[in-house]
Design a protein around this ligand. Structure first.
Ligand code: SF4
Ligand code: SF4
Length: 190
């Protein structure tokens, strides 16, 4: 098979994170089916953020799925609900049985299971579905935005959607600039 492009990721910079949780609120609203928080609360829509700002050792770090290439969640899923498709790891909710194997193997704690009680044919049971960052594909299509809701909401631009090719180019240029600068001060000639 020919090589494919790496999955796009959401990159978070802890140096710029204020721990305001705006990204979590935006994520919950974007996936609620409502247009804004007031509408979602008024209509009793499900508010379930797929990201989490984690505060540890004096640092706040927004955490979400890293869209792994060799994703353990896709191997653990017994139904094929969790799978690689269209440049990201997706969970096809209709196929999810809420078994939580994906939750247990994800190294980043990026998956949660939203559960609700349903009554079917007289039997009371739970319907659980695994949720994780989906890069706001549906939300972006419906709003015309190019970036996910968390990226749009972050007041300090601590979160960005990153194409790794562009990231690598910026990294190489930064290092090249530093090396070129220090080279001018070198005394030795080869
Ligand atoms: S849910 Fe976890 S294991 Fe699966 S792709 Fe995201 S970060 Fe990787
Ligand atoms: S909870 Fe759903 S997505 Fe996760 S492993 Fe089980 S069936 Fe697959």
């Amino acid at each position: 098979m020919p090589p494919i492009k790496e999955n796009v990721i959401i990159y978070a910079n802890p140096d710029h994170c204020l721990s305001c949780h705006s990204c979590e609120l935006a994520c919950a609203v974007a996936h609620s089916g409502g247009h804004d928080m007031i509408e979602a609360i008024a209509a009793n829509l499900p508010l379930h953020a797929r990201n989490k700002v984690v505060s540890v050792d004096g640092t706040a770090m927004p955490m979400q799925c890293r869209q792994c290439e060799d994703a353990p969640c896709t191997f653990a899923c017994p139904t094929g609900a969790c799978r690689q498709a269209d440049g990201q790891v997706q969970i096809v909710e209709q196929h999810c049985i809420g078994c939580k194997l994906c939750v247990m193997v994800c190294p980043f704690g990026a998956i949660t299971v939203r559960s609700e009680t349903v009554v079917e044919q007289g039997a009371c049971t739970n319907r659980g579905v695994a949720k994780k960052c989906d890069l706001c594909v549906d939300w972006r299509a419906s709003t015309g935005k190019t970036a996910p809701a968390c990226v749009e909401a972050c007041p300090t631009k601590a979160i960005r959607m990153v194409d790794l090719d562009a990231y690598r180019i910026a990294l190489r240029e930064a290092r090249a600039r530093e090396i070129a600068k220090s080279h001018r001060h070198m005394r030795v000639q080869f």
